[in-house]
Write a protein that binds this ligand. Structure first.
Ligand SMILES: [Fe+2]
Length: 248
């Protein structure tokens, strides 16, 4: 059957539109709409435990670049990581945690850094910055005073400090205007969810160790030098806000 020229043009246009539509539908499909992720409830503020089953490649590719700049603007300490590949992985982990928790980057300035303190005055962003800067300062002082007698991997320390509480974005949810512990938080405290999340993004084991043992879960566990520094920096940044009023 021979087709006229206009008919050929129409057919070509129809085929092109079909292809474009297919690509658009695929790119706009959310994980929850995909049969692969049918068991996951991504509509809730804090995603259920099922998030850990999501292929890392999909998570990393997502729309990570959109949030990256906003994250760096809010937490400039990301730029203290010298290894650019590591910095990208750290940002990707944060990006994913924000999305899985159903948050916006701006929420980092509202989420309390801990649910243990009543009327917590410090948000997660400032806590992460405070801990990271404390770690960097300790590293600088140790390097100067102890002059080579201890070895500290600065990039690992900075990355660990930036990531140590990333799991809190899954541990916490907002309900009725209040920040409360999510189901994920009851099942997996933030050091566990943080490690799982970061493992998927190819964060090296030395840094996963820092996330795993930075809190009470790490008590009785042998810590690396970087993990010791992070543990103390984190608790210093916590304890000053949990002082008994009578002792102030
Ligand atoms: Fe912390």
């Amino acid at each position: 059957m021979r087709l006229s020229f206009p008919a050929c043009v129409i057919l070509a246009l129809m085929y092109t539109w079909k292809t474009i539509r297919k690509v658009l539908v695929m790119s706009l499909k959310t994980p929850a709409q995909d049969p692969v992720f049918a068991c996951c409830d991504f509509s809730s503020q804090a995603a259920g435990g099922c998030w850990a089953a999501m292929p890392a490649s999909l998570l990393i590719l997502g729309k990570g670049k959109i949030l990256k700049k906003k994250l760096i603007d809010l937490i400039p300490e990301f730029n203290l990581i010298e290894d650019s590949a590591l910095r990208e992985k750290v940002l990707a982990a944060w990006d994913e945690a924000i999305k899985l928790g159903g948050w916006e980057v701006g929420d980092l300035e509202k989420i309390p850094f801990t649910l243990s303190l009543k009327d917590c005055p410090i948000n997660l962003k400032d806590h992460v910055r405070g801990v990271t800067q404390a770690c960097v300062s300790i590293e600088k002082i140790f390097k100067k005073i102890y002059n080579g007698k201890i070895k500290i991997n600065r990039d690992s320390l900075v990355a660990g400090a930036l990531l140590h509480d990333v799991g809190k974005l899954l541990e916490c949810k907002k309900e009725g205007g209040k920040y409360i512990k999510s189901r994920s938080g009851y099942l997996l405290r933030h050091p566990f969810s943080g490690v799982a999340l970061c493992y998927k993004h190819g964060i090296p084991e030395d840094i996963l160790h820092l996330i795993a043992v930075h809190s009470k879960e790490g008590e009785g566990f042998k810590r690396t030098t970087e993990a010791i520094i992070l543990n103390h920096a984190d608790f210093a940044n916590f304890d000053v806000f949990s002082l008994d009023v009578a002792l102030e």
